[in-house]
Design a protein around this ligand. Sequence first.
Ligand SMILES: NC(=O)c1ccc[n+]([C@@H]2O[C@H](COP(=O)([O-])OP(=O)(O)OC[C@H]3O[C@@H](n4cnc5c(N)ncnc54)[C@H](O)[C@@H]3O)[C@@H](O)[C@H]2O)c1
Length: 245
Amino acid sequence: MTKVGIIGAGRLGSIVREAIEQGKAPECELVGVASRSLGVSAQDLIDRGASIIIEASKPDALKEQLIGILEQGVSVIPLSTGAFADAEFLEKTREAARRSGARVYLPHGAEGGFDLAATFSLIPGMKGTVVQYIPERSKMPDGNPMKALPESFKGTALEGFALSPSHLNVVIETSIACGGFENTFYETRIPADGKGGFALELENDAAAAEIRIVNKPPKDGIPMMSVIALSAVSTLNRVTQPVTF
Ligand SMILES: NC(=O)c1ccc[n+]([C@@H]2O[C@H](COP(=O)([O-])OP(=O)(O)OC[C@H]3O[C@@H](n4cnc5c(N)ncnc54)[C@H](O)[C@@H]3O)[C@@H](O)[C@H]2O)c1
C-alpha cells in the first residue's frame, strides 16, 4: 500500500479525504491530513511514511512547502497549481524533482483530456485553448468570480490567468499539459446552449479535438467541485495502480 497524506482540510481536501477513506484509491492508505487548525504539518505526514502528498491548500502554501517535500523524495499531486504561473518556481520545482527522483503529478482539475493534449504537443503546430463557458451572468450573485470575468476575452494563458488567479488554476495545469505557456490560450464565451463549464480545444498540423465538461445542477449534494477534487484521486490511482494508463 502506498502511504498518502493530504495538505488542506477545506472544500477540496475534505472530498479527497472522504474518497480515500471510502476506498476510492485502492492501492493507498491515508496517513493523515495536514491542517493548521489540527496542528498537523506536512512534515508530520512525511514522518508517518507518506510517499505521496495531495495538496489542497493555497498557492502560497504550496510555494512555501513543495521544494522541501520533493527534496525528501516525496511526490506531490498539487491542486493549487496557480503557483506554477511563476516560471522561476516552476523551474525550481523541476530541478528539485530531477535531483530527488520525486515527481509532481498535475491533476486535470476542471478540465479534461490531458493525455490527448500531451500527445498533440508532440506534433508541430500545437495550440491549446482553455475555453470557459459563462452562462446567465446577470443571474449570478455579486461576488461570484465568474461574474467579474470579461464576456468575450481572448488572450494567452497567462493573460487569462491574471484575470482571476485564485479561480483559474486550471489554466496553468492545462498549459503545462499542452507543452507550455507559449502555445496555450484562454477564452471566455457565452454558451449558445446556455450551459456553463470548461472546454479544451486542441489543434496541431495533424488533427483537432475538443473536450467539453458541462456543469450540471448539483444532484444528491454532489457538486461540480467533486470533479476537481476527485481529479487528484484519479491521478493518485494513475500513479499507484499496477496496471495504469
Ligand atoms: N486545480 C484546479 O483546477 C483547482 C480548482 C479549484 C480550486 N483549486 C485550488 O485548490 C486549493 C484548495 O481549494 P479549496 O476550495 O479546498 O479551498 P478552501 O479555502 O476550502 O481550503 C483550503 C484549506 O487550506 C488550508 N490551508 C491554507 N494554508 C495552509 C497550510 N500552510 N497548511 C495546511 N493547510 C492550509 C486553509 O485553512 C483551508 O482549510 C486552492 O488553492 C484553490 O485555488 C484548484
